[in-house]
Design a protein around this ligand. Structure first.
Ligand SMILES: Nc1ncnc2c1ncn2[C@@H]1O[C@H](COP(=O)(O)OP(=O)(O)O)[C@@H](O)[C@H]1O
Ligand SMILES: [Mg+2]
Length: 402
């Protein structure tokens, strides 16, 4: 198995040592599995249905006992820990959240603190804090019952409840699998923000490679009962370890990279720029000097207004203002390349304007198809080397044989 060690400055929180699980009917669900997860690391377990992901996860909180091998939690062999004690150190989130229907959202969230014997007030206070953290205003949702929530909101409550006793480890088994794709993406983004704050050690099961790539610090790609590759998303996508992994991540992995690579300032070209109140003669001059076929038009605050083609600038009199065309293809800096590509296609545009991500509208430059392709290449190369994208030089587009 291809295996990258977790970052060594962190301690190891979860360790599997030659773990095998054979069910009574003879099914080998997990076969001689060894891996480590660092403290604060989010590892996604991804693979097709039936490959042993849930079995792996349930062995961590002893809902299932291994047939062979040992599992350690923060250095302790879990077979020596009372399961009830063990589960207090491990939050668990599943697809069928299993909220108590007759308890309010606040009470549901406070379940574990309550079981742990926290004072009522303290438990509720903590629950309210957690609801806030997962984006549910406790004063609005705290008093509701689960059936009064959407599917996405129920999943948020499930996450809040799992975090309520502040366990160091979270196990999440396809937690966002039952919600629609739009809500799902929102939950994923929220969860990433949350994880950046709470830094739990997370094992996250999914059958969706896209979800695995988006969320994982590292990904364990499962074959039948075994891990075929355990590495960063970029390496799994850019350098699949086996034909099986290559097949699983799919031929469209360039497309997947598009969705995880942001537009950066260094990707932008600087076309000639004119202002609304410039005389057309100035625009003509500038375009000619650059040999360009169009210029970007900015307003007095240097915000994007539109563009003007060289033909217009050359033939007419007056100011740029009367001839400027509206710009429909634009993006904020930091948007994924995928969105840039979609915008180009949607507006049939040879280039798109990129503006300040803070929404001030300040014009930063333009992204062309050639630069988009370069950015994608650089992203794949950089991630294979695990360095920031901007530090990797790439050959020109012509040079990479496009
Ligand atoms: N209680 C069980 N008894 C027998 N076989 C089981 C049991 N639970 C799971 N399995 C089998 O073990 C394999 C792995 O299952 P599971 O860990 O649930 O996979 P995944 O979560 O990746 O879909 C499958 O072949 C499944 O049918
Ligand atoms: Mg499963």
């Amino acid at each position: 198995m291809a295996f990258t060690e977790p970052a060594s400055q962190w301690g190891i929180m979860i360790r599997f040592e030659h773990v095998t699980k054979r069910y009574e009917d003879g099914t080998t669900a997990v076969d001689d599995l060894s891996f480590e997860v660092a403290d604060g690391e989010l590892v996604t377990l991804v693979g097709p249905s039936g490959c042993g992901k849930t079995t792996t996860m349930k062995m961590v909180n002893r809902l299932i006992e291994p047939t062979e091998g040992r599992i350690f939690l923060d250095g302790d062999d879990i077979s020596a820990i009372d399961p009830v004690q063990l589960r207090r150190r491990i939050g668990y989130v599943i697809q069928q959240v299993g909220l108590f229907p007759h308890k309010t959202v606040l009470e549901n969230t406070a379940t574990v603190p309550h079981l742990l014997g926290w004072k009522r007030g303290k438990g509720k206070e903590r629950a309210a804090e957690l609801l806030d953290l997962v984006g549910l205003d406790p004063s609005v949702y705290g008093g509701r019952y689960p059936e009064q929530l959407s599917g996405g909101q129920r999943q948020r409550v499930g996450v809040a409840r799992a975090l309520a006793a502040d366990p160091p480890v979270l196990l999440m088994d396809e937690p966002f699998g039952a919600v629609d794709p739009v809500v799902r993406e929102r939950l994923q983004n929220e969860f990433l923000k949350l994880q950046a704050q709470v830094r739990k050690t997370v094992l996250f099961v999914t059958h969706d490679i896209e979800e695995a790539v988006r969320l994982g610090d590292r990904i364990a790609v499962y074959g039948q009962g075994r891990i075929e590759q355990f590495d960063t998303p970029a390496t799994v996508l850019g350098a699949p370890a086996t034909p099986y992994v290559a097949d699983f991540v799919g031929a469209d992995r360039g497309l997947k990279r598009l969705s995880v690579t942001p537009v950066e300032e260094s990707d932008l070209d600087q076309p000639p720029v004119v202002h609304l109140d410039d005389p057309l003669a100035t625009a003509t001059e500038r375009l000619r000097a650059d040999g360009a076929r169009w210029a970007v038009v900015l307003d007095g605050q240097d915000n994007l207004h539109g563009w003007i083609p060289a033909g217009d600038a050359a033939t007419a009199k007056g100011t740029v203002r009367e001839h400027a065309r509206r710009m429909e293809a634009w993006l904020p800096l930091g948007a994924p390349l995928k969105q840039a590509f979609a915008t180009m296609l949607q507006h049939d545009a040879g280039w798109i304007a990129v503006i300040d991500e803070e929404g001030t509208g300040r014009f930063l430059g333009v992204l062309t198809p050639a630069r988009l392709h370069e950015a994608l290449r650089r992203s794949i190369d950089a991630d294979a080397q695990d360095v920031p994208r901007a530090e990797v030089a790439v050959e020109t587009v012509a040079g990479v044989g496009a």
